[in-house]
Write a protein that binds this ligand. Structure first.
Ligand code: IPM
Ligand code: MG
Length: 362
């Protein structure tokens, strides 16, 4: 595709959000220059930033702006300043709201170990040597994060509850995403649930088994979530595509990120039925390092690469970004989180971004 003109909504958010989004925007601009595309950026407030400005974490104007855009790039939301607000006003609520508002039920979180970062991985040397390259497909708009919840008075006093509920339709649509992705990769799919305890997981498993019959070329397996958590550190190379519920995917993707060396490396894409997606690092707003220049921009830069591929079908451009990141790591450049015992040599967010831009330009 030549000379693509496209509108990207920026949701910088809180903490390190603005710094890492700026890095990814610089990368997209550079890609635009090199390949002749024009990316038009419009920023909208979200999370704590939006609360301070408008009194709500997800202003209508932000959702409208995202709906009117071709794609969305998000930094991170949340911070101690807003931690004591009631649940419906917390910055995190905006994230759930925007995912639901844009119909983004499918969250793709690839986790692979860059050979250059084996040292940074907490895995034993022989496991790190083997490497891994897996993708977690997380259901994003259902389950316990969206179920009925509340407070009430029980027999022992005040109590609180959250409910996990999945419809067959929700399970089927995320299941199809995962089976199709597995077909494009090594044709292995593991579905993670807790079917030995939860009724919602038993329905999840039934539906996945129906789908497995429809995709006979995919080798399918079930795995209980507690076992999955263990297997991920015991032998991550066994996995290719994993599909799971909203909450299990949230937890397992943090685990998967840490064995790659740092949570600062993992991108994600969230899509619905169309091509408009939201792209964000899987990490949070890291308020403790906000403004210090210590944030690793790689997860957000790789999220921008996923946008190029999944929303704009610019495969070559996406690869160029991914190769630039791999190249920079191969050259030994590190931000503080992956500097493994050599903090003095760590690059700042802006310096790391410059290195990536240089590689793209080469
Ligand atoms: C993530 C985050 C969010 C989530 C929070 C901040 C609401 O942990 O994207 O993984 O739970 O989805
Ligand atoms: Mg999370």
């Amino acid at each position: 595709m030549l000379n693509l003109k496209t509108n990207i909504a920026l949701l910088k958010g809180d903490g390190i959000g603005p710094e890492i989004v700026d890095s990814a925007v610089a990368v997209l601009k550079k890609i635009g220059e090199v390949f002749g595309h024009s990316f038009n950026f419009t920023a909208y407030p979200i999370g704590g930033e939006a609360l301070d400005l408008t009194g709500v974490p997800l202003p209508e104007e932000t959702l409208k702006g995202c709906l009117a855009s071709d794609s969305v790039l998000l930094g991170a939301v949340g911070g101690p300043k807003w931690d004591t607000l009631p649940g419906n006003l917390r910055p995190e609520r905006a994230l759930l709201g925007i995912r639901a508002g844009l119909g983004l039920y499918s969250n793709i979180r690839p986790a692979k170990l860059f050979p250059a970062l084996r040292e940074a991985s907490p895995l034993r040397a022989e496991l790190a040597e083997k490497g891994f390259d897996l993708v977690i497909v997380r259901e994003l708009t259902g389950g316990i994060y969206f179920g009925e919840s509340g407070r009430r008075t029980g027999t022992n006093g005040p109590e609180a509850y959250d409910t996990e509920c999945y419809s067959e339709t929700e399970i089927k649509r995320i299941g199809r995403v995962a089976f199709k992705l597995a077909q494009k990769r090594s044709k292995r799919l593991t579905s993670v649930d807790k079917a030995n305890v939860l009724e919602s997981s038993r329905l999840w498993r039934e539906v996945m088994h129906q789908l497995a019959d429809e995709y006979p070329d995919v080798a399918y397996a079930d795995l209980l979530v507690d076992n999955a958590a263990m297997q991920l550190v015991k032998n991550p190379a066994q996995f290719d595509v994993m599909v799971t519920s909203n909450m299990f995917g949230d937890i397992l993707s943090d685990e998967a990120s840490q064995i790659t060396g740092s949570i600062g490396l993992l991108p994600s894409s969230s899509l619905g039925d169309g091509t408009r997606g939201m792209y964000e690092p899987i990490h949070g707003s890291a308020p403790d390092i906000a403004g210090t220049g210590k944030a690793n921009p790689i997860a957000t830069v790789l999220s921008a690469a996923m946008m190029l591929r999944d929303s704009f079908f610019l495969e070559k451009e996406a690869k160029t970004v991914e190769n630039a990141v791999a190249n920079v790591l191969n050259c030994g450049y590190r931000t503080a989180d992956i500097a493994a015992g050599k903090p003095a040599e760590a690059l700042s967010t802006a310096e790391m971004t410059e290195k990536i831009l240089d590689k793209i330009g080469q």
